[in-house]
Ligand binder design. Structure first.
Ligand code: ZN
Length: 406
């Protein structure tokens, strides 16, 4: 497998001209390949090495989120033109030699936040060690699971027109409550934009309008689909000549929803890819957002404990079919349950963000309550978590917890 993009994990992210941290149509293609080509792309972790393998969460607390995500690319595919679909087979995903570890952060409410930021407002961190396909953490004893390694973020460059649509609609939302913490949207921010090989003279204009990488959008981007592992295929809309495929934010494992925001097990790694083009594929298949074909390879957990949530919030207020509220309540219910076995709330929160838990919209028509469910594989715990007449047994070795910030 030829390595098309190589990274140096000992060098600053911004020393790499094959890496960028914004979406903009004029970011120069770093490498061209022919349809049918297979190649390896190395990626640094999404923060560009800001988070260390240690026992303090101060790095999570002060992380500069205006710099993320660092993406490898863009890669051009010969013959790909606007209106086509870029077919990307994910042949393999792996860990880079010498870096067999990852991290999970709970972001501080004032710096990123997360799905449960009201209940867990402080910065915390768990580090994970990889043993082949398995992950375990000195900060969360009692748990081990098989990872489903996947890129959290992958997609093609937007056109100028699409970029302008993104900027307009996200600014309009932001402006409805500009003081909100966390913010309603992440708007362009020129100071920390890194635009790969763009000529110096072109950078100021592009940096001022280049889209941030946080939200998923029509091109894919930060979709955080935990099942997008080796063996799956992506079909991306093409908006610029060559497509301009970029990727990063590789996860060792993630629970549906990536609820702590930095909720997956984040790592540096590589992707082995094969690319093809379907001419005129956007119109042929009526594509607005990317579509994916699943992989034959996934962990085969078969026994789950399933938690329900409904659209009644923590203050007892009734919401109308609100899945956001319902999923949050399902997560909070699961956390309270896991605490009975000795986990701290932060440990349980991190488990839901990282282990291969399944989130589902189970009911969306039964007014006024949506029903969201969260399914946790029972086999990831080294003790029994099913209810019994004797009640829960405190089984988590005491002492360990997620790292705090100082
Ligand atoms: Zn991530």
């Amino acid at each position: 497998m030829d390595t098309l993009i190589k990274v140096d994990l000992t060098a600053p992210a911004t020393d790499h001209d094959v890496i960028h941290n914004r979406w903009h149509p004029d970011i120069p293609i770093v490498s061209w390949v022919k349809p049918g080509a297979q190649f390896r792309v190395e990626c640094i972790d999404w923060t560009g090495g800001q988070i260390k393998n240690d026992d303090s969460a101060t790095d999570v607390k002060i992380v500069d989120l205006s710099k993320v995500h660092y993406l490898s690319g863009p890669i051009g595919v010969e013959g790909a033109e606007p209106g086509d679909l870029l077919v990307v087979d994910i042949l393999d995903v792996g860990v880079l030699a010498g870096y067999q570890w990852g991290f999970t952060g709970i972001f501080a409410r004032e710096n990123g936040g997360g799905f449960l930021t009201r209940q867990y407002p402080d910065a915390r961190k768990a580090c994970w060690d990889f043993s082949g396909i398995y992950a375990n953490s000195r900060h969360i004893p009692g748990v081990e699971f098989a990872g489903i390694m996947h890129p959290g973020l992958i997609g093609c460059l937007p056109s100028h027109e699409l970029l302008s649509t993104w900027n307009k609609r996200e600014k309009a939302l932001f402006d409805t409550d500009p003081e909100r913490v966390p913010a309603l949207a992440t708007l362009p921010f020129a100071a920390t934009a890194h635009l790969g090989r763009m000529a110096k003279g072109d950078v100021p204009t592009a940096a001022a309008e280049a889209a941030r990488t946080v939200p998923p959008r029509e091109h894919g981007g930060n979709c955080d689909i935990k099942n997008l592992t080796k063996g799956s295929t992506c079909y991306f809309p093409v908006y610029v000549k060559g497509g301009g495929l970029s990727m990063g934010d590789i996860h060792f494992s993630q629970g549906d929803g990536e609820i702590t925001f930095c909720g997956a097990i984040e790592m540096a790694g590589y992707l082995d890819l094969r690319v093809k083009v379907i001419k005129g594929g956007i119109a042929k298949y009526g594509i607005l957002n990317p579509v994916f074909k699943s992989s034959p390879l996934e962990p085969t957990y078969s026994s789950y404990m399933i938690f329900e949530g409904i659209s009644v919030d923590e203050d007892g207020k009734q919401h109308y079919l609100d899945v956001h509220v319902a999923y949050r309540r399902a997560c909070l219910n699961a956390i309270e349950y896991l605490k009975k076995f000795g986990f701290t709330g932060a440990q349980a929160y991190a488990i839901l963000g990282t282990a291969p838990v399944e989130g589902r919209v189970s009911g969306i028509v039964d007014i006024p309550n949506a029903c969201a469910t969260l399914a946790i594989p029972t086999e990831i715990f080294n003790f029994d978590i099913t209810p019994s007449a004797d009640g829960p047994v405190k089984s988590v070795p005491p002492g360990a917890d997620l790292a705090f910030a100082t």
